[in-house]
Design a protein around this ligand. Structure first.
Ligand SMILES: Nc1nc2c(ncn2[C@@H]2O[C@H](COP(=O)(O)OP(=O)(O)O)[C@@H](O)[C@H]2O)c(=O)[nH]1
Ligand SMILES: [Mg+2]
Length: 295
């Protein structure tokens, strides 16, 4: 069911390549590569990733793997599947902390609501730690999502220091038998060193205070945000040792190619995809389905 919907979303961002290859006579000429390159760029695949793909294509032509336009689409699919990493998931049946970070407005709190709802539907006891302590409205937002997802929202009792808030939340969760503790964090820009250090601290406090509880670190990225977000996101990788990406707003204007760029440039797997604003609008990324849908 879910995957079917995801397929439709991806097809919306279909690369215009199939038609192109059907009409192009692929003879390994420079114009042919330039033409393919242009099409990849038009599909929102970034410059570096496009060059990587073209380089691999050329290698395969040299090696004689590509012998005509018949199998070029198949080879292109293989190349893109090699670029994309396999999705990574937390163990559903294990007690664990899920840390959610990302820039402002990327969709962290919404995505937490979706994840919590999914976990509760799978009979897990879920606590949401309200650790976005910057904005007054943040607690209200997480409470709204907590209610929708039938999850308990822990509001920190001892001030506004995010690392302390995260510690308190997880501690409460453990003492009260929760299966999953999902930590919301404030949005921040990578250029703000103080805020990034604060996030680093939050991560290391959780790691050191709860060494035996798996910590799964999710970076939320808005698929419609283009290249700038990518640069910002790289700093999150260092700060919170990101395991995987939750790619939001794929129902928006983002083309399929942006998924490939994000995965390649960040060198991270994509595991979750946001496909709308409501609680059920979450999908699990399937690399083969994705590539077969867009090409
Ligand atoms: N269309 C769409 N909107 C989304 C998705 N995920 C989040 N949003 C919207 O993005 C905006 C910011 O979301 P929020 O969770 O508050 O972001 P945060 O600041 O990172 O916590 C809200 O208007 C959400 O409804 C998605 O998958 N699709
Ligand atoms: Mg938020």
């Amino acid at each position: 069911m879910l995957l079917h919907r995801l397929k439709n979303i991806f097809q919306k961002g279909k690369l215009p390549l199939k038609d192109v290859f059907q009409s192009a006579v692929f003879g390994g000429k420079r114009e042919d590569y330039e033409f393919i390159e242009e099409q990849l760029l038009l599909s929102d695949i970034g410059v570096e990733t496009t060059q990587k793909i073209i380089k691999k294509l050329k290698e395969r032509v040299k090696e004689g793997v590509i012998i005509g336009r018949e199998n070029i689409v198949e080879e292109l699919k293989k190349i893109i599947k090699e670029i994309l990493k396999d999705p990574l998931y937390f163990d559903l049946d294990e007690k664990g902390i899920i840390l959610v970070s990302g820039v402002n407005g990327s969709g962290k709190t919404t995505s937490i609501g979706k994840l919590a709802n999914y976990l509760v539907k799978n009979e897990k006891k879920v606590l949401l730690g309200a650790c976005d302590t910057f904005r007054a409205a943040a607690f209200d937002q997480i409470e709204i999502w907590g209610n929708r997802a039938n999850s308990f929202v822990y509001l920190p009792q001892n001030g506004k220091e995010p690392a302390a808030a995260a510690f308190e939340s997880v501690n409460y969760g453990i003492e009260n038998g929760y299966d999953k503790m999902i930590i919301d964090t404030a949005g921040r820009m990578h250029t703000n060193k103080n805020l990034m250090d604060e996030l680093k601290k939050l991560y290391s406090v959780l790691k050191s205070k709860f060494p035996h509880i798996p910590l799964f670190s999710i970076l939320v990225i808005d698929a419609t945000n283009g290249k700038n977000t990518l640069h910002q996101a790289k700093n999150f990788k260092d700060a919170v040792n990101v395991d995987t990406i939750f790619l939001t707003k794929m129902d928006g204007t983002a083309k399929g190619g942006s998924v490939i760029t994000i995965a390649d440039e960040l060198s991270l797997p994509i595991s979750f995809v946001g496909v709308g604003e409501s609680i059920e609008d979450i999908d699990f990324f399937d690399k083969n389905l994705f590539v077969d849908s867009i090409l």
